[in-house]
Design a protein around this ligand. Structure first.
Ligand SMILES: Cc1ncc(COP(=O)(O)O)c(C=O)c1O
Length: 427
């Protein structure tokens, strides 16, 4: 009958290429946890999940708000009156009250030093969808984006798998605390040019995943100058903006471009509520672009990753509750500071240090002195001991494309205070 025997041959090349990046210790660690999840009483020998950047420290505040605002949840006696209006077909612009509330929230998280226009809010399915959406709008298959390394492992999948764009790492290392230098940017840019690769932009995470550090005003200005000179785009993934728990405070690219001359058509922000509000399951992702054409194109694309109207409705009410949001943001940051402090102090007591950080849901842990030799093979050997014997899922630096071995990302906010166990089984 002419059946094709090999599975791969009947599927598309794009679906079966390895662009998902699933063959990585980052995802292997999650699988190890899934196979044998720790539970304080039922499975005390299981793997503890410290590989998931979730923020579960302030759920009690959100739960209380939900209880106090039953109208905002449509599936309650109090909310059912609005059910029909919200359940019917929605267009890809999103509910006006949702866009307004998100714009206000984005401003609040940035200290109200900058205002966001609700008409520039474009929805995506989490920052994952938003990041892919912006790449789709800005680059063609084969084009490249520069990305400072170490970088979020799933960027390979999110930015490149379906769009066909490639990532060119900008190598950063401990010699200057992993800061992005102009020299490193120029080197990566030049290397791409030498390889005949068309560089369309630079994407940075600020605050950084995995470093937990923030870019200061000067650093941001220097990035904006760089992309301006090269006439390439700058995408700032700011999804950890409100996880800043100690000084220096967060500075957004949106503030910096108010203070300097630049072509705003090149500036785009990706945001989500997954980290700042701890709601990754709600899949709220945002592209905020200063470029009209990108807003228009992105909006058409957003049909593929709409946020459910029920979620929009609930969040519109929550995010516009000024009193609640003020309390939530301040309390969340305090709790993160406390957890970070307990965690890093505990590590210090056993002689382990971390890169100094002021944000994020993780630490960048320095285990170089525990490596048998300074190689990535030794890093993986140690990682296997940590996951198999110590039973902790932490993520090795190589999965973040770190250019030097011995660093591991360890997440500290996905465990509840009560019994130190993980509340989540999957991302
Ligand atoms: C830098 C960065 N961007 C994007 C994402 C994806 O976030 P979301 O859950 O909103 O899709 C993550 C998740 O860990 C991340 O760390």
């Amino acid at each position: 009958m002419g059946f094709v025997s090999e599975k791969n041959q009947i599927l598309s090349k794009i679906a079966t290429n390895d662009g998902h990046g699933e063959d990585s210790p980052y995802f292997d660690g999650w699988k190890a946890y899934d196979r044998n999840p720790f539970h304080p009483t039922q499975n005390p020998q299981g793997v503890i999940q410290m590989g998931l950047a979730e923020n579960q420290l302030s759920f009690d505040l959100i739960e209380e708000w939900i209880r106090n605002n039953p109208k905002a949840s449509l599936c309650t006696p109090e909310g059912a009156n609005a059910f029909r209006d919200i359940a019917i077909f929605q267009d890809y612009h999103g509910l006006p009250e949702f866009r307004k509330a998100v714009a206000k929230f984005m401003g609040r998280v940035r200290g109200n030093r900058v205002q966001f226009d609700p008409d520039r809010i474009v929805m995506g399915g989490g920052a994952t969808g938003a990041n892919e959406l912006i790449m789709f709008c800005l680059a063609d298959p084969g084009d490249a984006f520069l990305v400072p390394s170490p970088y979020y492992p799933a960027f390979d999948r999110d930015l490149g798998w379906r769009t066909g764009i490639q990532l060119v790492p900008v190598n950063c290392d401990i010699s200057n605390n992993f800061q992005i230098t102009r020299a490193a940017l120029e080197e990566a840019y030049q290397k791409a040019q030498d390889g005949n690769i068309n560089v369309k932009g630079l994407i940075v995470t600020n605050p950084s995943n995995p470093l937990g550090t923030t870019l200061d005003r000067e650093a941001l200005k220097s990035l904006v100058s760089f992309i301006n000179e090269k006439s390439i785009h700058l995408v700032c993934d700011e999804i950890y903006a409100a996880t800043v728990f100690s000084s220096p405070g967060f500075v957004s690219v949106s503030e910096v471009i108010q203070e300097m001359e630049c072509n705003r058509d090149l500036i785009h922000i990706v945001y989500s509520l997954s980290k700042d509000m701890g709601l990754p399951g709600f899949r709220v992702g945002i592209v905020y672009s200063y470029n009209d054409a990108v807003v228009n194109c992105g909006r058409k694309m957003s049909s593929f990753g709409l946020v459910s109207s029920q979620t929009q409705y609930l969040l519109a009410a929550m995010l516009s509750d000024d009193k609640f949001m003020e309390i939530y943001l301040s309390e969340s940051s305090k709790r993160l500071a406390k957890r970070h402090n307990i965690f890093t102090k505990g590590l210090e007591q056993v002689g382990i240090s971390c890169l100094t950080s002021n944000a994020g849901l993780f630490c960048w842990m320095d285990l170089r002195k525990l490596l048998q030799e300074q190689t990535f093979e030794a890093e993986m050997l140690l990682w296997r001991v940590i996951i198999n014997d110590v039973k902790l899922n932490v993520s090795p630096g190589s999965s973040f494309h770190c250019c030097e071995p011995g660093w591991y990302r360890v997440c500290f906010a996905n465990m509840d205070d009560g019994h130190g166990t993980c509340c989540t089984e999957k991302n």
